[in-house]
Design a protein around this ligand. Structure first.
Ligand SMILES: Cc1cc2nc3c(=O)[nH]c(=O)nc-3n(C[C@H](O)[C@H](O)[C@H](O)COP(=O)(O)OP(=O)(O)OC[C@H]3O[C@@H](n4cnc5c(N)ncnc54)[C@H](O)[C@@H]3O)c2cc1C
Length: 499
C-alpha cells in the first residue's frame, strides 16, 4: 500500500477495526472462505478496541464470557464476568493463534470508501495517525467492524458551575493513569454499567463513594464464576463444555428478555425482590432501584456476585437519586436542595454513538445518507453493495451476532464466486421502512437514531434481536431472497441486476 500511485494495492476483503468483531471476522474468513486476500485497518496502535480503550478501575464485561467469547474458540478463564485486561488478552491470543495478527495495519483510520459500479470494487481512503500520510487501496468487500461509538470523546453534558469546582472531574473513557482517590470523597454521576462497575472498585480506597443517579437502572447479580462451567470443565474437554455452557446462557438470557417484554410486571417484581434481599433492612429500594421504565426498555445491568450491593451494605458507598443543580467549589448542589461533598467527580454519563466508525460512504461518487437507507438482516445497507457492518445485540452478548454476521459474509462470498457474481446489493422493502434501527430507550441510542438506517417490519429487513431466530436465518437461511440483488461482471459495468 503506497501513496499517490496510479494502481493502488487491491485486497479481496477489507476489515475495518481490530476489536472483538474485526479479529473474529478475520478468523472466519480464513476458516470459512479461505484463499482470499485481506487486510485489517485499525486506527489505534493496539488490538482489542473497547477492551484496550477503557482503563477505568474495575473495567469488566457485563455479560458472561461464554457468550461474549467467540463460538469457535472456548473461553477458558475461570471468571464468567471478566476484567478488561483478560478480554483483551483473549482477543490478542485468538489473533495470534489464527495467524491474523500480521494482517493488521495499525494507525490506519479509514476516512471514506467509494464504490465503483463499473469496476465492482471499493476505493478506500485512510489516514495514518502516526505519519499523517494518506493511503489508498481497493477491495471487493468491506467488513466494517468499527464498533458503535466515538473513541475520541465520551458523552459528557456540561453542568452549571463546573468552572467553580476545585476538585478533579474525570470521564471514564479518558481515565488518568495517575488518579489517586485514596481517602477522597468521590461522586460518580450515572447509573449505567460503567457507574455500577466503578462504585465498588473505587470504594476500596476512597473515603466514600456516592453514586448520583437521575434515573435508576435495573441491576441484577450474576455469579462471577459459572457453577455449571466449573462442574463440566472438570469432567469434559473444554471444546465440549464450552458450547454447553454457552447454550445454557443463551437460553437463560433469551428467557429473561422474552419474559421482560411479555410479563414486565412479573419481572419487575422479581428483580425488586432479588435487590431487596441484598440490601440492609429499611433501604429505600423504591427510590433507588425502581426505574420508571420496564426491564429491558434499557439494557439491564449485571453485577458479579452482587459486588455493588455488598459495597452499599458495608456503608463504603451510597446512592442518591436526584438531579444536579450545579457544581460548587466543594461538590454538587442538588435540585432537592441537598449538597454532596466531592473531591473527585466522575461523569459516567455514557458514550457518543458513531455509525461506521465515522467512515463516509459513496456509490459512484454520490454520498450515501445512512438515515435514508434500510438495514438488511441487521448487517447490510440498502443500496450499498458488498458492504457489511457488524453490530452486536443490544439485549445479549455482542459476539453472538458478530459471529453470525462474520460467518454469513463467508457464505455470501463463496456464493458470489460459485455463481459468477461480483456484487451483492440489498434493496429496501417495497412497502418502505420507518422503524428505528434500535429499540432501546437509552440516552445514547436515542441521541443518534436519526443518523442510523431504518429497519423494516418483516424479514429480511427486521432486526429481531433474537439469537435463536437469527441462527436459523443466518447459518442456513437462503442467501438469495427478495431483499438482495446480485450483479454479474457485465451487469456491474452496465449497472444492471442479475435475474
Ligand atoms: C465499557 C464497555 C463495556 C461493554 N461491555 C459489554 C459486555 O459485557 N457485553 C457485550 O456484549 N458488549 C459490551 N460492550 C459493547 C462492546 O463494545 C462489544 O462487546 C465489543 O467489544 C465490540 O467489539 P467491536 O470489535 O465490534 O467494536 P470495538 O471494540 O469498538 O472495536 C472497534 C475497533 O475499530 C476501530 N475503528 C473504529 N473506527 C475506525 C476507522 N474509521 N478506521 C479504522 N479503525 C476504526 C477502533 O479503533 C477499534 O479498535 C461494552 C462496551 C463498553 C464501552
Amino acid at each position: 500500500m503506497t501513496t499517490d500511485q496510479s494502481e493502488p494495492e487491491h485486497v479481496d476483503v477489507l476489515i475495518v477495526g481490530a476489536g472483538l468483531s474485526g479479529i473474529g471476522a478475520a478468523c472466519h474468513l480464513q476458516e470459512d472462505a479461505p484463499g482470499r486476500t485481506y487486510a485489517i485497518l485499525e486506527s489505534r496502535g493496539a488490538i482489542g478496541g473497547t477492551w484496550d480503550l477503557f482503563r477505568y478501575p474495575g473495567i469488566r464485561s457485563d455479560s458472561d464470557m461464554f457468550t461474549l467469547g467467540y463460538a469457535f474458540r472456548p473461553w477458558k478463564d475461570s471468571k464468567s464476568i471478566a476484567d478488561g485486561a483478560s478480554i483483551k488478552r483473549y482477543i490478542e491470543d485468538t489473533a495470534r493463534e489464527y495467524g491474523v495478527r500480521d494482517k493488521i495495519r495499525f494507525h490506519h483510520r479509514v476516512l471514506s470508501a467509494d464504490w465503483s459500479t463499473q469496476d465492482a470494487r471499493w476505493t478506500v481512503t485512510a489516514r495514518r495517525s502516526d505519519t499523517g500520510e494518506t493511503v489508498r487501496l481497493t477491495c471487493s468487500w468491506i467488513s466494517a467492524c468499527s464498533g458503535y461509538y466515538r473513541y475520541d470523546e465520551g458523552f459528557r453534558p456540561t453542568f452549571a458551575g463546573e468552572g467553580t469546582f476545585t476538585g478533579e472531574i474525570v470521564h471514564p473513557q479518558h481515565w488518568p493513569e495517575d488518579l489517586d482517590v485514596t481517602g477522597k470523597q468521590v461522586v460518580v454521576i450515572g447509573s449505567g454499567a460503567t457507574a455500577v462497575t466503578l462504585v465498588p472498585s473505587l470504594a476500596d480506597d476512597a473515603g466514600h463513594v456516592t453514586m448520583l443517579q437521575r434515573t435508576p437502572s435495573y441491576i441484577m447479580s450474576l455469579p462471577g464464576r459459572d457453577p455449571l462451567a466449573q462442574v463440566l470443565r472438570s469432567k469434559l474437554p473444554g471444546t465440549l463444555a464450552y458450547p454447553i455452557v454457552r447454550w445454557k446462557n443463551v437460553l437463560l438470557s433469551t428467557l429473561l428478555y422474552q419474559l421482560s417484554r411479555r410479563r414486565p410486571a412479573m419481572i419487575k417484581k422479581l428483580i425488586r425482590r432479588l435487590t431487596q434481599r441484598q440490601l440492609p433492612e429499611g433501604f429505600d429500594v423504591d427510590t433507588h432501584f425502581n426505574p420508571p421504565y420496564n426491564p429491558w426498555d434499557q439494557r439491564l445491568c449485571l453485577v458479579p456476585d452482587g459486588d455493588l450491593f455488598r459495597t452499599l451494605r458495608h456503608g463504603k458507598a451510597s446512592i442518591v437519586t436526584d438531579t444536579v443543580a450545579r457544581f460548587t467549589e466543594r461538590g454538587i448542589d442538588l435540585e432537592s436542595g441537598a449538597h454532596l461533598d466531592a473531591d473527585v467527580i466522575i461523569t459516567a454519563t455514557g458514550l457518543n454513538l458513531l455509525p461506521l466508525g465515522g467512515m463516509a460512504l459513496s456509490i459512484d461518487g454520490a454520498r450515501v445518507d445512512l438515515s435514508t437507507t434500510v438495514s438488511y438482516k441487521g448487517m447490510m445497507i440498502s443500496g450499498v453493495p458488498n458492504f457489511t457492518m457488524v453490530i452486536g445485540y443490544t439485549n445479549a452478548s455482542w459476539t453472538l451476532k458478530a459471529d453470525l454476521v462474520n460467518r454469513y459474509v463467508c457464505r455470501l462470498l463463496n456464493h458470489l464466486d460459485a455463481q459468477g457474481y461480483v456484487a451483492a446489493t440489498p434493496v429496501a422493502p417495497p412497502e418502505g421502512a420507518d422503524a428505528p434501527f434500535l429499540d432501546l430507550a437509552s440516552g445514547y441510542v436515542q441521541r443518534s437514531l436519526a443518523e442510523l438506517p431504518k429497519q423494516g417490519a418483516r424479514t429480511p429487513w427486521r432486526l429481531h434481536q433474537n439469537y435463536l431466530r437469527d441462527v436459523r436465518l443466518m447459518r442456513s437461511g437462503p442467501l438469495e431472497d427478495e431483499g438482495m440483488t446480485f450483479q454479474r461482471p457485465a451487469a456491474a459495468r452496465s449497472g444492471r441486476t442479475a435475474a
